[in-house]
Design a protein around this ligand. Sequence first.
Ligand code: C2E
Ligand code: CA
Ligand code: CA
Ligand code: CA
Length: 277
Amino acid sequence: QSDEKRGVIKFFEEAMAQEASERLLLEMNLRTGVISGQFELYFQPKVNASSGKLKGFEGLMRWNHPERGLVPPLDFIPLAESTGIIIDLEEWAFVTACRQLKRWHERGDRYELALNLSARHFLSEGVVEKFAQIAREEGVSTSYLTLEITESVGMENQQHVIDRFVAFREEGFSISIDDFGTGFSAFVYLKHYPIHEIKIDRQFIQVTENDPTGNVIVESIVDLARGLNLKTVCEGVETLEQWNALRELGCDEMQGYYFSRPLPLEELETWIVDYTT
Ligand code: C2E
Ligand code: CA
Ligand code: CA
Ligand code: CA
């Protein structure tokens, strides 16, 4: 081997080692973070499309790392998924969400709450019983809870996946297909799985202003959903024009920066007062 070649190999080896150790460090940080309460649940409002009435929220995870600062979910969810830490994190998020929901309900605000559930957690042993039990212990009805899953949960019509959907439904949870239209298995879902809601991905929403083909896609999804008796939620609504266009197309609920960004609880309470009075 030439010196030059050896140098190149060494360079890649070092780069790979560095990446691996950064990953390891992040993984250690994640585990510490779970234990020492560095995670926080933010909430983003969802409103009824025709009335604008506040329906509830989607809970979104945030990581307040002492040195790294606020780490966005896309920077830690994939690692949390591949290491399995996501199961602890989502369990924590679920308990936190149920407690908050209970507080809202006690003061007379019958909000709904949606949470993201990773494929790994959705397919894990005993998850339905675990969630049902937590809801029971926290004193909230599962009929106010929606679990958002992505199409990656199951590409095929597999019996154990179908059973899982059915079990969640029997416990009273609603299931939403998140980022609808971005996977390849959208229609498999509609045919085989008992779901309640489709969440249209924001890439289809954000073209609606000047792009007539964008409208055609949203309109087809909405028509399809209506034919199947499914609720449609549009995410990523950023302007009044988009809201109007999407309402015209018949979408049921809206979520996006136009209404609010995901907020920590305290700011959310201020937003709620402001929005509803
Ligand atoms: P998602 O479930 O599709 O959540 C919507 C994302 O879009 C959120 O990003 C939200 O802040 C952002 N968003 C909302 N409205 C708008 C808008 O009007 N314009 C634009 N450009 N963006 C908007 P966020 O909070 O950074 O979360 C990113 C992703 O992280 C989520 O995407 C979800 O896949 C994942 N995630 C967050 N929490 C959890 C969790 O507890 N479990 C799992 N498995 N994934 C989670
Ligand atoms: Ca979601
Ligand atoms: Ca989404
Ligand atoms: Ca106001």
